[in-house]
Design a protein around this ligand. Structure first.
Ligand SMILES: [Cu+2]
Length: 291
């Protein structure tokens, strides 16, 4: 475990606290069990008291310590839940106050089997590549085009379900420049194994120049284009995935609506029957101008 983001760090912190509190009970209990076995063994120092039945001291310890423990653990759990709650993480809100300005908004769409990241304010989109500036809170809205996926970047943020025709939320902030792996943690068919994305945390300056570079990309993503993009596609051995210098406004909501109305992108039978042949053909399709 090597947490690199505020949410991951907060979860890790509470995890350690919980383990520590549990050890406070486990270690003395184990020690006392051994102590009792030695002291009250045959020939041990303990006095034999066959008539002994009740002790208020023991009663108080046996009930008191668990009650206190449960109380403390409940308090910490509730605090932790509010701190990392994906829909409105308290930890992120605090970071937001410190950072000032607006959070970065990113809309995430999981297709079979790629991740599309739309930056609505910047009007750009990338595939399987998430780039975020360091120290700036990022707010995600997430959906899927076909089945449930699970969005996770282990070192930055925990799992959140991504569901067709529905919208979930997540947030992150990282103070460490670096590259982190993200993937789907829910089995979603043939291409799941290749459904990774790279998360790059870069400096604010690098981020704005990255945005400008993507904005010069001639590819435009509209709902029509998305319908082509979202057809089942396994990104095996691809060097780079499509980037879009211009994105139709409100595309995320349009996609959620389409899927809600019943739009599907069927997996072709030959994809599962002969994957190698299909993948070769897929590259041909790409040369012909498909995404
Ligand atoms: Cu799940």
């Amino acid at each position: 475990m090597d947490p690199q983001g505020l949410i991951a760090k907060t979860s890790y912190h509470y995890f350690l606290l919980d383990v520590g509190i549990m050890l406070l009970i486990v270690v003395p209990t184990a020690a006392l069990a051994i102590w009792a076995m030695i002291r009250y063994r045959k020939g041990g120092k303990g006095t034999y008291q066959p008539k002994w039945a009740h002790s208020w001291t023991i009663e108080a310890i046996v009930w008191g310590i668990p009650l206190i423990t449960v109380g403390v653990l409940s308090y910490l759990s509730v605090k932790a839940i509010y701190a990392v709650n994906p829909y409105n993480p308290g930890a992120i809100s605090q970071a937001q106050k410190k950072a000032g300005g607006d959070p970065l908004e990113v809309d995430v769409i999981a297709t079979d089997w790629r991740w599309l990241f739309i930056y609505p304010k910047q009007h750009i989109a990338t595939t399987n590549e998430l780039v975020v500036p360091k120290g700036i809170p990022v707010r995600f809205r997430l959906t899927s085009t076909s089945v449930v996926n699970d969005f996770i970047i282990p070192q930055l943020v925990g799992m959140i379900d991504v569901m067709p025709g529905m919208r979930t939320k997540q947030a992150l902030v990282s103070d460490h420049i670096g590259s982190y792996v993200g993937f789907s943690a829910d089995y979603s068919g043939a291409g799941l194994s290749w459904m990774h994305f790279t998360t790059k945390v870069v400096s604010k300056h690098q981020f704005s120049s990255w945005v400008s570079t993507i904005q010069t990309d001639p590819q435009k993503l509209t709902l029509n284009g998305f319908n082509r993009f979202a057809r089942p596609y396994i990104p095996v051995g691809e060097k780079s995935q499509p980037k879009f210098g211009e994105v139709q406004q409100g595309l995320f909501d349009l996609v959620v609506n389409e899927v809600m109305k019943g739009k599907t992108w069927k997996t072709p039978m030959d994809m599962t029957e002969n994957m190698v042949a299909y993948l070769n053909n897929q590259n041909e399709l790409q040369k012909e101008g498909y995404y």
